[in-house]
Design a protein around this ligand. Sequence first.
Ligand SMILES: [Fe+2]
Ligand SMILES: [Fe+2]
Length: 161
Amino acid sequence: MTDLPPALETGNYLIDDEHRLLLGIMGNLRRVCVDPASLDSCRGCDHQRQNACEKEVVSQLGDLFAFILEHFSTEERIMRDALMSMTDKALCDAHIEDHAAIAQKVQEIVSRLDSEQTVRRIRELDTLLRRWVDNHIGLHDLMLVRWLNNEQGLVKAGQPG
Ligand SMILES: [Fe+2]
Ligand SMILES: [Fe+2]
């Protein structure tokens, strides 16, 4: 599995494993195209190649979308189980809202797929997913796990003996 940069490790095994999976998906997506960083469009590739790339991206996006829904529901279940919204509703709501925004942006890119512009969509997805990794994981997910650890500390501290 892809390695997670130490700064993004939350310490929660389940969440960290899923984030590793996300980095793996991003790598696979970039590998679809011969030059995802600089090609302006897919017009320089022959039709067979264009079709093959589009098909591959569509298939990977199916996996990506299933992963996103699964992963967000994992984190939101953890929040619910910990009754986080009862004590830190604002923190909880902001996190859930950001999940919805990410899912919506991915869907928006998917809706603009076009076999001559696959490389652009790959780039847009890569930028979006990188932002997710840096901003969302680095902020919301880290705060969630910090909050959970704190709560557990409080529960333990409150236990007799
Ligand atoms: Fe996450
Ligand atoms: Fe999250």
